[in-house]
Design a protein around this ligand. Structure first.
Ligand code: HEM
Length: 313
């Protein structure tokens, strides 16, 4: 347990930060202007800029971004926890963007495009799994030094994580409702809850490809949890009779199960880490902690791709 106080390095003077969330005005360069600039500077990087900012800062509002890390306690480990929480939110956002667009490609029957985006999604998840390595360096004692300062904040209130869950198909009306009092977040969560997931769109695509899919899987209440279905498993079973890389549907099945596998490793890592850090204490978010989290470790988004394995031989 760190028994020393952190020293917080000064990086940005908050007084000077433009707090607007709109993209800041910027110009554009071209191959020609860049070649000209490199001649002007004699091949060295540009270091003279007009005004009180520079294009790197403005492109991604970096000074604003780097002003948002404000641990609440004097516990040494809180800064790492804080930074990793924000890193994860950004990675969830990147992952969700790819999954959201993969779903749109599947709706258009553009499976090769969808595969490209799903493969990138898998890389996002690998990065997310890796983030636990940093969080795992926080000992139980180190965490206890700042835990009270979380108030009732808990990852189960992450609306970005909820979007990832919903686009993949793990719908949960109750967990969604935690956001109903937040008017700038709730309508989008509600829409995500009620919209067919990526897997629902895969199933509709299998139907368009001539597989026999029961009607109840093509028209249902999309806000309900996904119900595993025999006709879907049968469709995958017939696709897996031709396990060749030239078979796009087979590739799709394998890519989806790899994604499911990776996310289950992410959830498992969190589950085990929580037990290591807080034992069997209740969570900050109102649950009984590891007891409640156990069900998340068992979840699979695409159940037929798993049950199918039992039939393969
Ligand atoms: C040592 C650090 C951590 C501990 C002890 C911990 C503990 C818990 C607990 C007990 C829960 C159950 C809900 C509740 O709070 O009652 C939970 C849920 C959750 N946590 Fe953590 N957590 C930790 C780190 C993180 C981090 C860094 C993130 C990512 C931002 C995260 C994301 C989540 C998510 C998304 C859920 C909800 C799971 C779901 O809805 O399926 N946790 N956490």
């Amino acid at each position: 347990m760190p028994n020393f106080k952190p020293q917080i390095p000064k990086i940005v003077d908050p007084e000077g930060v433009d707090l607007g969330i709109e993209p800041r005005p910027m110009g554009q360069t071209t191959d020609t202007t860049r070649a000209h600039q490199a001649t002007e500077t004699g091949g060295e990087p540009t270091v003279d800029f007009k005004g009180n900012t520079n294009p790197y800062i403005d492109y991604q509002s970096i000074d604003l971004l780097l002003s948002l890390q404000h641990p609440r306690s004097e516990a040494y480990d809180e800064m790492s926890f804080f930074v990793m929480g924000q890193v994860k939110e950004i990675l969830f956002k990147g992952l969700h963007f790819e999954l959201f667009n993969a779903r749109a490609r599947i709706q258009q029957d553009e499976i090769e495009d969808a595969l490209m985006l799903l493969n990138r999604s898998k890389e996002f998840v690998q990065l997310l799994i890796k983030t636990w390595d940093v969080v795992a360096t926080i000992s139980a004692e180190g965490f206890n030094q700042f835990r009270d300062y979380l108030d009732e904040a808990s990852g189960q209130l992450s609306f970005m994580y909820r979007h990832v869950e919903f686009v993949l198909g793990n719908k949960d009306e109750k967990l969604a409702s935690a956001h109903k009092n937040v008017p700038h977040v709730w309508p989008h969560i509600k829409e995500a809850l009620e919209t067919p997931s990526l897997y629902d769109e895969v199933i509709a695509f299998l139907k368009r490809q001539g597989h026999e899919i029961e009607q109840e899987m093509l028209e249902r209440d999309w806000s309900e949890p996904y119900p595993a279905n025999e006709s879907v498993e049968q469709a995958w079973f017939s696709i897996y009779q031709d396990p060749d890389t030239s078979n796009l549907l087979y590739q799709l099945g394998e890519t989806l199960i790899d994604l499911d596998d990776a996310i289950s490793q992410y959830r498992w890592r969190h589950f085990v880490l929580v037990a290591k850090t807080i034992g069997y204490k209740p969570g900050t978010g109102g649950s009984d902690g590891v007891g409640w989290l156990r069900h998340t470790a068992e979840l699979r988004y695409f159940p037929e791709l798993w049950s199918l394995r039992t039939r393969m031989g």
